[in-house]
Design a protein around this ligand. Structure first.
Ligand code: UTP
Length: 481
């Protein structure tokens, strides 16, 4: 094993990763060999050549057009009842599975553990994983389906994620219905395309991006598992969005009615420069243009006379993927695009000392799931969503897309439900809900369900309130005098 891998490294100009071999113990040697055995050397060589040693010309499109977007469910547009019916029928027939990507490193949040274990609930301390699990349980109850849950993890967080689910009894979902799959890691490279070591016996590696779910599904037997269960489509979502409507019948229904291979939700961008990818037709091909490329295509910054962004279809990373489409993309995965990010990557120098750089010193390569949209044969479906109650990702502690913003969005979203149920919701001078609120998705998943169950109840929201699965409430303690 050592000889083969050493030879492979040398043949691809990466022999330096063995430079501390003589100082490593058996365990460290085993780890390094295990990492190297996973590396796709020809791929890494190609990426180094195309992205690091040469500068790739930016893709240039002659013609960019906005994508057609179906109206949000609240607008009850043409075809909406049929979409709801088709989605509910697919759920009842067990044709839907959930697919969660939770393999990222969560560097911006800086939480010491898998991001899904972050206690996002301001009163209950409920984690992101628990919020997702409770929604799933509610849907199961409502539609009488199994809804298997596939969770993509990476070497960075697999053990901790599995342990967390085991400690919590898989939230009552049944261990057989929660299927973990591990995505691949790829080596980080320095400015000369050389692999980096994070320790004398360990490569610096990163998960291969959320697009890594495509090979991971095939290589970990998820597609076979889905087929065996009769699952035909996967509701894809990200771990850090507490508000996501998992397996949304309206969305599933449009996907099914249109015979789509991959569908997406889109949200209206707040401003032309908002840091999100945009769904567009580029020379007739449906794709997502990244935020970092906005200046290459100035038309993406256009607004109309009323100030509305013309290319408004922001990407909240919610998709439906048909099982057979994933197989087809996997068969062509050698042509799947990669993306480079220059990052600060701690590394060991030639003296074997760990260096933590202050400025970007290396490259991480990732694939993005939305690039699969370029490979569809039938036009993809895009369905508009409102952000409140559907999209508030948690990327960092404060500021935009933060823990603080997520908790405020909980208060606003559930505040609307309490209002609809006749409760007085405390608000500040600016009209923002002024107390923390939480409602277990097991008690109610929709406003209608909440209002029905809340009938005849009196709620005291003066200090904030959490409602558990059975409708019991808890109020934060009064501040001590
Ligand atoms: P982000 O791009 O926000 O990355 O991932 P992140 O790891 O959560 O956070 P940063 O950028 O390091 O601060 C969006 C979603 O994609 C998943 C993440 O777990 C998250 O649900 N993801 C990302 C993966 O599953 N694998 C990856 O390789 C990258």
């Amino acid at each position: 094993m050592e000889k083969t891998l050493r030879g492979r490294c040398e043949a691809h100009g990466q022999g330096h990763v063995f430079r501390f071999w003589g100082t490593l113990n058996a365990e460290e040697r085993g780890r390094l060999l295990e990492q190297l055995a996973q590396v796709e050397f020809p791929l890494m060589e190609r990426l180094a050549r195309e992205w690091i040693l040469e500068t790739p010309p930016p893709a240039r499109f002659e013609r960019i057009e906005p994508v057609p977007v179906l109206p949000a469910a609240v607008h009850r547009g043409e075809g909406a009842p049929e979409a709801w019916d088709a989605g509910e029928a697919a759920l009842r027939a067990g044709k839907v599975g959930l697919f969660l990507v939770a393999g990222g490193q969560g560097t911006r949040l800086g939480f010491p553990g898998p991001k899904g274990c972050y206690p996002i609930g301001p009163l209950t301390g409920k984690t992101l994983f628990q919020y997702h699990a409770e929604k799933l349980l509610n849907l199961r109850r409502r539609f009488g389906c199994a809804l298997p849950w596939y969770i993509m993890v990476s070497a960075a967080n697999e053990a901790a994620t599995r342990a967390y689910f085991a400690e919590n009894g898989h939230f009552g979902l049944g261990a057989e219905n929660v299927v973990f799959l591990r995505q691949r890691m790829v080596p980080c490279m320095d400015g000369a395309g050389r692999f980096m070591l994070e320790a004398p016996g360990s490569l610096a590696m990163n998960p291969n991006g959320h697009g890594g779910c495509i090979p991971a599904m095939v290589e970990n037997g998820v597609l076979d598992d889905a087929r065996a269960r009769g699952v035909e489509m996967l509701s894809y979502f990200q771990v850090d969005n507490w508000a996501v409507k998992v397996a949304d019948p309206y969305f599933i229904g449009w996907h099914a009615l249109k015979g789509a291979e991959m569908s997406s939700k889109v949200h209206r961008k707040n401003t032309a420069r908002e840091a999100v990818g945009v769904h567009c037709l580029c020379d007739g091909v449906y794709q997502v243009i990244e935020y970092s490329e906005l200046d290459i295509y100035p038309q993406l910054l256009e607004t109309d006379a009323a100030g509305n962004v013309r290319y408004f279809a922001g990407n909240p990373a919610m998709h439906i993927l048909s099982v057979e489409f994933v197989q087809g993309v996997f068969n062509r995965f050698d042509r799947f695009p990669w993306h480079l990010a220059r990052k600060k990557i701690p590394f060991v120098n030639d003296a074997g000392e760990l260096v933590k750089p202050d400025t970007p010193n290396g490259c991480k390569f990732e694939t993005f799931v939305f690039d699969a949209l370029q490979l569809v044969r039938h036009a993809p479906v895009a369905v508009e969503i409102g952000r409140l109650g559907e999209y508030t990702p948690t990327k960092q502690f404060e500021g935009d897309n933060s823990v603080v913003a997520s908790r405020q969005s909980m208060a606003e979203w559930w505040g609307g439900w309490f209002n609809a149920a006749g409760a007085a919701v405390p608000r500040d001078a600016g009209g923002r809900v002024a107390v923390p609120l939480e409602v277990s998705p097991l008690f109610a998943l929709t406003r209608d369900e909440f209002v029905e169950k809340a009938a005849g109840r009196v709620w005291d929201l003066s200090r904030g309130l959490s409602v558990d699965a059975d409708g019991n409430t808890e109020t934060p303690a009064a501040p001590s005098a």
